[in-house]
Write a protein that binds this ligand. Structure first.
Ligand code: SF4
Length: 546
């Protein structure tokens, strides 16, 4: 589940050139509507829908969509008032400026906003206090974290406390071993030592405090972290988990970015560079990434290699662990059994290959549900798809550089969908998460296997097209049913899309990628709010838990 809060604000002034598929040229600013102080996660998703679907997905000013204006639905909370200070609501349209480390974020599942974000926050705080003067640290007696708003209201179920404690203990979100996270949950009273400069402190889960759920917060997902000397606060910072694993803090300024050498907002502009100017896609994306982020080529390859390792490690772990997943559904994991049974299967070549790929998707989806380390690709709920693709490409002995190129192509598809539609189940249903993940996976396969730019684009289009309209209806609000199985399907469909795109005559494909992204945006806009992460429709109300 990811809530792309960046796009919650409605545009204050329409551009006057709106089209049903969205002109994409309007800026967005923070929503001015007054709001209840705090919303639960589900209420928040609901509010997001009501507030922003029309404005966001058309890119134009509109306080209410026709559906939300007339729907006989129960009380829809007013949208949360996000502070206009937040960088996340200040971004505007223009060329795509997303960078790889913003997109492929590593950290614990199952929720990018309620688990990964808090761990990134407390790890950031750990690093900050580690740099304080020694005389100050000598006096330190405790570290405390206070969770507010939605983090407090729903944090227990999402493992917000253990993720926060792990970061505070100096565990990096990308590399924290799953056993360590499991240990925190299994031994809630255990004290853990953390050394900060000259001082060693003891921390327990009780140092993560579930504080007020209602109040006048800067953001619905607010938390504070403090270094204390008895009752005296030595250092304190207020943080916000603003969605998708992104974090901000009081006084945050978005880092300066460079201008891309090959600016693009849509696939059609990419096509001009790739096909007319004959610039290879990986080269174009690498050049842009270096220009925007200021990173070296070496840094970029190292990041992608780390992303690949985290993904494959997650799949490998998921293929060996069998367990009942946390939460009220009592869902038994499947990946390990699927893998084991492959050895004796009589499904034939097709059945064997599909089972293999699906088991990889299950493996990482189940790891996400266990709260282990995942990579958003594009979100936590859809985090099983790209790892399944990477693992299956490695099965084919695809060279490392080709897999890096595949990551770049996949990111390009994710960027296009983020820029012109949404990556959030709360805004667009599951088509925006699993649909985009599958589309990214198809592009990744095509690029890694050296397909032409047209085939890469067609494969991505085909996979996304095959997910249009998919709703978000997680049972009991947990990222398990239908999410995990959908990751498996997303991976298999990615391969299917690539197989279709690589066999057809590329120029004869009737639907282009921009059209399908626009269709996703339109479908998201018109989708009933019950199917946008609110757990008020579909499977979420059809499945009865005993
Ligand atoms: S149903 Fe899809 S969009 Fe909704 S939480 Fe699950 S994976 Fe995310």
């Amino acid at each position: 589940m990811e809530s792309t809060l960046k796009v919650i604000g409605s545009s204050e002034a329409g551009c006057g050139t709106c089209k049903p598929t969205g002109c994409g040229s309007c800026g967005t600013t923070a929503h001015k509507t007054e709001t209840p102080a705090v919303l639960s996660r589900r209420e928040f998703g609901h509010a997001v829908l009501a507030a922003s679907a029309g404005a966001l997905l058309t890119g134009c000013s509109s306080e209410k969509t026709p559906e939300t204006a007339s729907a006989p639905t129960p009380a829809v909370p007013a949208p949360p008032a996000l502070s206009p200070d937040l960088a996340v609501v200040q971004s505007s349209k223009g060329p795509i400026m997303t960078t790889l480390d913003e997109f492929y974020k590593m950290g614990p599942g199952p929720s990018s906003s309620h688990t990964m974000g808090p761990m990134r926050i407390t790890y950031d705080f750990f690093q900050r206090v580690s740099k304080l003067p020694e005389d100050q640290l000598q006096r330190a007696t405790a570290l405390k974290v206070h969770l507010f708003g939605s983090l407090s209201a729903t944090g227990k179920g999402h493992g917000t406390d253990r993720a926060s404690l792990a970061g505070l203990l100096g565990k990096a979100p990308a590399t924290c071993p799953p056993q360590f996270l499991d240990g925190l949950a299994a031994n809630p009273d255990q004290a853990y030592k953390v050394t900060i400069g000259p001082k060693t402190l003891e921390l327990t889960l009780k140092d993560i405090i579930f504080d007020a759920t209602k109040g006048d917060f800067h953001h619905p997902n607010t938390m504070t972290a403090k270094l204390l000397a008895g009752n005296e606060t030595l250092y304190e910072l207020e943080y916000y988990s603003v969605g998708g694993g992104f974090i901000e803090w009081k006084g945050y300024k978005a880092p300066d970015k460079g201008h891309p050498k090959y600016p693009f907002e849509h696939a059609r502009e990419l096509k001009k560079y790739l096909i007319d100017d004959k610039i290879p896609l990986p080269q174009l994306l690498l050049t842009n990434e270096m220009a925007i982020s200021g990173k070296s080529e070496k840094d970029i390859w190292e990041l992608l290699d780390q992303v690949a390792e985290v993904m494959v490690r997650g799949v490998d772990t998921g293929l060996t662990v069998e367990s009942v997943l946390p939460g009220p559904i009592k869902l038994h994991s499947k990946a390990a059994a699927m893998q084991r049974n492959l050895k004796t299967t009589n499904k034939g070549d097709a059945g064997r290959v599909i089972t293999q790929v699906a088991s990889y998707g299950f493996a990482m989806g189940e790891e996400n549900a266990r709260g282990h380390i995942i990579v958003t690709a594009p979100t936590a709920g859809s985090a099983g798809i790209i790892p399944a693709i990477v693992k299956s490409l490695r099965d084919l002995k695809t060279p490392t550089q080709k897999i890096r190129d595949g990551f770049l192509a996949a990111a390009a598809i994710g960027y296009l969908c983020k820029h012109n539609a949404t990556l959030s189940g709360a805004e667009g249903g599951c088509q925006a998460e699993v649909g985009v993940g599958s589309s990214m996976g198809a592009a990744m396969i095509a690029q890694a296997l050296s397909a032409s730019p047209k085939v890469v684009s067609n494969a991505a289009e085909s996979a996304l097209e095959s997910h249009l309209g998919m709703t978000c209806d997680p049972v009991a609000g947990y990222v398990q049913v239908p999410c995990i199985e959908r990751c498996a399907y997303g991976a298999v469909k990615a391969w299917t899309a690539y197989c279709i795109a690589s066999e057809e005559i590329p120029e004869e494909r009737r639907v282009d990628l921009d059209t399908t992204v626009a269709a996703m945006a339109l479908t998201a806009k018109e989708m009933n709010s019950k199917y946008k992460e609110t757990s008020e429709g579909g499977l979420a109300v059809s499945v009865v838990l005993c």
